[in-house]
Write a protein that binds this ligand. Structure first.
Ligand code: NAD
Length: 356
């Protein structure tokens, strides 16, 4: 298979972990005889420094032309401490999502058995949990009209969804459910919110096309509780932008460290694959960042954008084997981890490559 992959490392540890993700893609190409060609593009603080623009037109054009994007992270402490800065790294991220029409954000939440002790939730509750979240990414309260009135003393944000927007993400979630446990939980607040009522109505309608999938509708407040109480009850979860933002961060704790979680943002064009963590400036340049989220993002890329299921499985298995061999980065090590098993970014990357 011949594919063009755009590497967009961004800022901070994005640079360090994406380099490992790329090596893994290279190894897979070598092993299976695929021809992957690569280009690089700037985004975030790195792009502002070079061009004054957090997402230069050249980067966007390269994204549109590529078959998939492996993305790192954006962010810089300079902007975190200055919320009023007019040009900001995350503007690049939001523009990328909008311009590429990335309306579905997928987050697989699965804990590797070796890391059961790393989560703050009891191992017996966690073991076997395997959830795939679909968060709608381009609608809801984030993109509706917002403003102030009454001399600035009253603020408002309008939440809005169209039937079309709900339908297209619901369909993606049902399709995924068909390839997994055929169970789908749609999360809303249909008892009080009108957009949620439309959401539920549309999901019920789409469900008729997938009679094999068992569907349940949960209120978002109950879901927040059930995720911690009984994560195993969930298979595929689909929800709106705001609820998804909050619930996926909560669910990330099921998997222990941020350094382990990958995500995919997809629409009808190029898909973008990225760790859920940020640019982590507290550890940038120290060579200690966990690259597994980027490696697992590469696995998602192979599976979702290229349909290379076996190759994707191979990558996940290689990560699993490295963990089984006892190797850890600092963020997933605990007091029982021998010192010589705690590796830096490149060294743990090499262990993954060896097992591929
Ligand atoms: P963060 O995810 O960068 O870091 C949170 C904590 O987790 C830090 O202590 C960090 O050291 C640790 N951590 C994160 N990833 C790790 C990894 N791979 N290995 C080991 N430890 C890891 O979140 P933050 O500190 O809130 O934000 C830092 C910057 O990142 C900010 O500028 C923020 O705006 C940006 N950010 C970007 C994205 C993105 O690009 N998608 C997402 C979140 C935050």
């Amino acid at each position: 298979m011949k594919k063009n992959i755009l590497i967009v490392p961004g800022d901070g540890i994005g640079q360090e972990v994406t380099a490992v993700g790329k090596k893994v893609l290279d190894k897979i190409a070598e092993k299976y005889g695929h021809e992957f060609t690569y280009d690089e593009a700037l985004i975030g603080h790195a792009a502002i420094e070079a061009t004054g623009n957090p997402l230069p037109d050249e980067s966007l054009e390269k994204m549109k032309q590529s078959d998939a994007v492996l993305f790192g992270a954006v962010g810089h402490p300079k902007y975190d401490n200055d919320p009023s800065a007019k040009v900001r790294p995350e503007q690049g991220l939001l523009k990328m999502r909008k311009e590429l029409g990335l309306y579905a954000n997928l987050r697989p939440i699965k804990l590797f058995d070796e890391l059961l002790g790393a989560s703050s939730i009891k191992p017996e509750i966690l073991k076997g949990a395997d959830i795939l979240f679909f968060r709608e990414l381009t609608g809801d309260i984030y993109f509706g009209e917002k403003g102030r009135k009454d001399n600035g003393d009253t603020a408002f944000d309008i939440a809005q969804y169209s039937r079309f927007e709900v339908e297209r993400i619901a369909r993606k979630a049902f399709e995924a459910a068909m390839t997994r446990g055929k169970k789908l939980c749609s999360v809303d607040k249909a008892n009080v919110i009108e957009t949620s009522r439309l959401w539920r109505e549309v999901v019920q309608q789409v469900a008729k096309e997938y009679p094999e999938v068992t569907v349940e509708h949960q209120f978002v407040d109950a879901t927040a509780m059930l995720l911690i109480k009984d994560p195993k009850r969930f298979d595929v979860v689909v929800t709106a932008n705001l609820f998804g933002d909050i619930l996926t961060d909560e669910a990330s704790q099921i998997a222990g460290s941020m350094g382990m979680l990958a995500s995919a943002s997809i629409g009808d064009g190029t898909g973008v694959y990225e760790p859920i963590h940020g640019s982590a400036h507290d550890i940038t340049g120290k060579g200690v960042a966990n690259p597994m989220a980027s490696v697992l993002s590469a696995a998602l890329l192979l599976d979702i954008s290229f349909g290379l299921k076996q190759e994707s499985e191979d990558v996940i298995n290689a990560v699993d084997q490295v963990l089984k061999a006892g190797f850890r980065t600092g963020d997933i090590a605990d007091s029982s981890t021998p010192k010589d098993k705690i590796l830096g970014t490149d060294a743990i990357g090499e262990e993954i490559l060896k097992r591929l």
